[in-house]
Every structure is written in structure tokens, then in C-alpha cells.
Design a protein around this ligand. Structure first.
Ligand SMILES: NC(=O)c1ccc[n+]([C@@H]2O[C@H](COP(=O)([O-])OP(=O)(O)OC[C@H]3O[C@@H](n4cnc5c(N)ncnc54)[C@H](O)[C@@H]3O)[C@@H](O)[C@H]2O)c1
Length: 319
């Protein structure tokens, strides 16, 4: 029998990639998205163009903060599991409009959890972020203390983790909080570093680099993440006990921004100039996922290294 699944933020970069897999994997997919104006609605409509051609995919345009709408969706569609991806995204923007980040990310997640409790939905996979680890060196493990976020965005994600724990403990909801590490690939958000650089290079414009280029990032290819989300869904649906888990999803192989630029140059076979600017607040020096828990719990094993990922991305963009 097919499983009814709700994907919030399902028209975005990660959500639409997940929907593509779920519609061919015996799920009835309900995609809830409000086409937030952080980037173009057209891009998001294109993202779901494939999924929408499947009869087991339904798009609902609406807001996760609308509790009446949530009740109706959960009841009408007998939702069994939710993958919660809808959010105000972007670290820098969160300094400009922090109130909106807390309203959508924290209040929106609270409304969703309340609707789950009310309508007896027992499973949620939530997209948290490596940013909850704050500004530190070395590998990041799920058992590390995470009390020192340095941006409103990161604080909102940490708060959502605490909220999901509260609902797990008090209402027996299975929760998997995935901490995602710099996801890139086809459909990547245009504000994110790899996509932005490819666009600038293609338009013969200089790249703006914040800091000295030595910051490390654990870039993770989208199909590796989607595999991790899919396995997390199965874990929730098949567990005998009520579970709460936090799981890092990264590549576990950080590279510096300078090294990323070398790879991008090789892939694009094109020269470009770089403008160095001061570091921005909210930027951390390093991210590095320890993925042993992901390997153990969901058999997660990233398969795409940065060079292969950049090639796939370039092909996807059609450059
Ligand atoms: N991309 C990454 O590297 C990364 C890293 C860590 C965590 N995450 C998290 O993963 C999730 C998906 O990120 P993404 O990169 O696909 O971003 P995205 O912006 O492409 O997708 C988010 C989607 O949520 C929708 N949305 C926003 N506010 C909404 C609301 N109030 N109601 C309904 N829909 C709403 C947007 O329209 C968008 O389609 C986000 O929660 C993000 O914080 C992403």
C-alpha cells in the first residue's frame, strides 16, 4: 500500500529533488510550499515540473504557519509522515529580518508539530543545519554541545530541534533531525556559493570572496543527501520503538574555499577574477561532519566527491 507523505518546502532545491524520488517509490506525495520570495517562483515551479506530471503528486500552495490549512491537509490526506523542509533560508539574510526567520522557522515548525499532535501523525524528518554547531574546528559530532550559534538562522534551527524533542517526549512522535552540511547540485539555490560562482563565471563577472579563502566547508552532493533523507523516512516508518535522533548528513571531507575555486576553474575551463572582501558576520570558519552515526543508523555513505559533483552540476546547468 502507498504511504501518504507531506513534504513542506517541497518546491525548493532539496524538496523537489526528494519529491522526484518519492513519486517513483510508491508514495503519495503532498507538497506544501508558499513560493516564498527569497528566490523566483518560476525556478520553484520548474523544480516540480517533473513531479507534477505524476498522478501521485499533489501541490498545495500555502504557508506552514496556517494551522487551519495544516489540519485540513493532515486529515484529508491521512498523512503518515512529514519531511519538514520549509524555512526562511540563508544565514546573511537572517541578520536583516530575524523576526521573519523566527516566525517562519520556529513558529511554523511549532504549528506543524501541533497539527501532528492533533491529527495523530507520528513521524517527522526535519532539516536542521550544520550551523547549529557554531564556530569551531575539527569534526562535528551529534553529541557535541551546541549552545553557541552565531546567526539568527542557526538559532532558529537549534530551537526547532528542541521543539521536535519536546513533541517526541510528550506525544510519542518519531523524530529524525538531519543536520545538513552545505548541500549543492542540480537545482541548488541561486544564493548559494557554488551556483552563484557558476553564474558569475558564465557571465564573465568577478567572484566575491569573503575572508581569505581558507574557510573549510563540507560540501555534500544532493543525491547523497536525498538518499539519507529516504533512509531516514524508512527508519521512522519501520521502527519498533519511538525514536528521537539527530544525524549529520555531510560528505565528511571538508575543502577550503580556495581549493573549491581551483576545482571550479578546472571544471569550467575558464579564467575568472576574484575580489577579496572582509568576512561577514554569521560565517563560520569550518564545517566538518562526523558521519559515523549516519552510517550506522541509516547506512549512509556519500558517493559523490567534489569534482564529480561539480561536473554533474555543470551538466545540469547546461553550461
Ligand atoms: N541547502 C543547504 O545547503 C541546506 C543546509 C542546511 C539546512 N538546509 C535546510 O534545508 C531546507 C531546504 O533548503 P533548500 O536549500 O532546499 O531551500 P529552498 O529555499 O530551495 O527551499 C525551501 C522551500 O520552502 C518554501 N517555504 C519558505 N517559507 C515557507 C512557508 N512559510 N510555508 C511554506 N513553504 C515555505 C520556499 O518557497 C522554498 O521552496 C531548509 O529548511 C534549509 O534551512 C539547507
Amino acid at each position: 500500500m502507498s504511504i501518504n507523505i507531506l513534504i513542506t518546502g517541497g518546491a525548493g532545491f532539496i524538496g523537489s529533488s526528494l519529491c522526484d524520488l518519492l513519486v517513483i517509490s510508491n508514495f503519495n506525495v503532498i507538497c506544501l510550499d508558499n513560493f516564498d520570495d527569497f528566490y523566483s517562483e518560476n525556478i520553484k515551479r520548474n523544480n516540480i515540473a517533473n513531479s507534477i506530471s505524476h498522478s501521485n503528486f499533489k501541490l498545495i500552495v500555502g504557508d506552514i504557519r496556517n494551522s487551519k490549512l495544516l489540519d485540513k491537509i493532515l486529515q484529508d490526506n491521512k498523512i503518515e509522515i512529514i519531511v519538514h523542509l520549509a524555512a526562511k533560508v540563508g544565514v546573511r539574510n537572517s541578520f536583516i529580518i530575524p523576526e521573519e526567520y523566527f516566525d517562519v522557522n520556529v513558529n511554523g515548525t511549532l504549528q506543524l508539530l501541533k497539527a501532528m499532535q492533533k491529527n495523530n501523525v507520528k513521524n517527522i524528518v526535519f532539516s536542521s543545519s550544520s550551523s547549529v554547531y557554531g564556530n569551531r574546528n575539527g569534526e562535528f559530532s551529534e553529541t557535541d554541545i551546541t549552545d553557541y550559534q552565531i546567526s539568527p538562522y542557526a538559532i532558529s534551527k537549534k530551537t526547532c530541534e528542541l521543539l521536535t524533542y519536546n513533541f517526541h517526549k510528550n506525544y510519542n512522535i518519531n523524530v529524525i533531525n538531519l543536520r545538513l552540511f552545505s548541500i549543492y547540485g542540480v537545482r541548488q539555490r541561486p544564493d548559494l556559493v557554488i551556483h552563484k560562482f557558476f553564474n558569475l563565471i558564465n557571465n564573465n563577472l568577478p567572484l566575491e570572496i569573503y575572508g581569505d579563502g581558507n574557510d573549510l566547508r563540507d560540501y555534500t552532493y544532493i543525491t547523497d543527501l536525498i538518499d539519507g533523507i529516504y533512509q531516514s523516512i524508512l527508519l521512522c516508518l519501520n521502527t519498533e520503538y519511538c525514536i528521537y535522533d539527530i544525524i549529520n548528513i555531510g560528505n565528511s571531507n571538508p575543502i577550503s574555499l580556495n581549493n573549491l575555486l581551483k576545482n571550479i576553474k578546472e571544471v569550467n575551463e575558464k579564467e575568472f577574477t576574484v575580489i577579496n572582501l572582509p568576512r561577514e558576520k554569521g560565517d563560520v570558519y569550518s564545517t566538518f561532519a562526523n558521519i559515523s552515526k549516519a552510517k550506522k543508523l541509516i547506512n549512509y555513505q556519500p558517493k559523490t566527491n567534489i569534482f564529480e559533483g561539480l561536473i554533474k552540476f555543470k551538466v545540469g546547468l547546461g553550461y
